[in-house]
Structure formats: C-alpha cells, structure tokens
Design a protein around this ligand. Structure first.
Ligand SMILES: Cc1cc2nc3c(=O)[nH]c(=O)nc-3n(C[C@H](O)[C@H](O)[C@H](O)COP(=O)(O)O)c2cc1C
Length: 207
C-alpha cells in the first residue's frame, strides 16, 4: 500500500495534494446551491460538503472555503438568509461542474449553462429544474474553523421536495432511482447504485 506521512503530505506537489486529500475522506454528496442577491441576480454553484447535522430540527451544514476571494453564494445567503440545495443527477453533471467557474457576481450561472432555474411557492431563492431532491433552506449560524480558515454553515430545511419515484414507504429517499451523483475528490463523479438496505442493529448477545 502507498503510505503518506504528515511530512510527505506537506511536501507534495500542490495539485497532487489537493486531489489526494480531497478524495481520501470518501465519496461526497454532489449538490447545487441556489441563492439570490439583493439586486435579484440568481446564483448557482456546486458544493461537495453538504452533510447531515441532525433530524430534529432538520439541519444540514456545508463547508465554505476561505472568504479570501469573493464568494457569491455566501454573500447571498448572508443577505437573504435563505438558499436552496438541489441534488446533482446524471444528466446535468457537466453543467453542474461548470458552476465552479468564477463568474462575476452580476452574472447568473443559470444564464451561462443549460441549467434552468425554477421558483416554487413563496421561496425567493432559485431551485434547479429537474433535480430529483430540492430543499428550501434557512440560514441558522456560521461556525468558524480557525485552524484552516473555513466555516461550517448551518441551515435548517424549510421545504423538502422529492420526486415521487424516489420516496420509499419507510421515508428513505432512494437516490439511485434518481441517478443522483456522488463526488470522488474534486472533479470525478459517480452514479452510485442501490445495494442493500439493512435493519436497525442491536448488540449481539455476549455470554
Ligand atoms: C466538485 C466541487 C466541489 C466543491 N465544493 C465546495 C465546497 O464544499 N465548499 C466551497 O466553499 N466551495 C466548493 N467548491 C467551489 C465552488 O463551487 C466555487 O468556489 C464556486 O465558484 C462558488 O461560486 P460562488 O462564488 O458563486 O458562490 C467546489 C467546487 C467543485 C468543482
């Protein structure tokens, strides 16, 4: 097996290190975050760090990279207090990936890609049309991580839209049916297939 010790990692070539450390944590979620500026310009960007924080209240989080460069999603969330999370699926992978390109804040990524924005109900932030799982999110708090200058953004689910075919009787969202993507590293996408759903585990009897 290849072995990298901390000192080796610190001395790696930049791109190799980024790829290595971005893939070592495992497959990551693949989401598009939709937001809107106070001037009414939509924004959509790919994020691979959306995680479950708790069900009661329904809370998700994501990691925001250092704000040493303009971060439109963050600015919009702070201004409006809201955003959307939309799962990336097979048919939109290339377009979704392109949203990581740095466009000026007056340019909507919906105008420069084939992604289509969708507005639902009274919610002011745009959803991504066709995404099998879409969520309206309310910003709750930001937690700085000083050791590497990132922030954990904490948000609660206001509305959860799920395409009917994905929703099982027991509440599980079967992401495979929606061909929902996962991210390996920073630029590699997979479409995982459903293997096994296991029951709640209890300890074995130890004599
Ligand atoms: C696969 C992938 C995953 C990404 N995940 C994140 C992430 O979790 N957090 C983050 O701050 N940026 C992430 N980015 C970078 C943003 O997509 C990029 O900075 C984008 O320009 C942000 O757009 P905005 O300035 O409109 O918010 C990721 C980029 C790619 C390609």
């Amino acid at each position: 097996m290849a072995l990298y010790k901390r000192e080796d990692i610190d001395n790696l070539e930049k791109i190799f290190k980024i790829n290595l450390i971005n893939s070592c944590s495992g497959f990551k979620s693949a989401n598009l975050l939709g937001s809107i500026s106070k001037e009414g310009v939509s924004n959509v960007a790919v994020f691979s760090s959306v995680i479950h924080l708790g069900s009661n209240p329904p809370t998700l989080g994501f990691i925001l990279r250092p704000t040493t460069v303009p971060r439109d999603t963050y600015k919009n969330i702070k201004e409006s207090g809201i955003f959307t999370i939309n799962h990336i699926f097979k048919e939109i992978i290339e377009e979704a990936h392109h949203t990581s390109a740095k466009y000026p804040e007056n340019v909507s990524e919906f105008d420069v890609t084939n992604l289509e924005e969708e507005f639902k109900g009274d919610f002011k932030a745009p959803f991504v049309m066709g995404s099998p799982v879409q969520m309206s999110m309310k910003f709750i708090e930001e937690i700085p991580v000083p050791s590497n200058n990132v922030m954990l953004i904490v948000a609660q689910i206001e509305e959860l839209y799920i395409q009917d075919a994905l929703l099982q009787k027991d509440g599980l969202i079967n992401l495979s049916i929606g061909k929902v993507a996962a991210i390996n590293g920073l630029d590699t996408y997979a479409i995982p297939t459903f293997k096994k759903q296991l029951s709640y585990q209890r300890p074995k009897k130890i004599n």
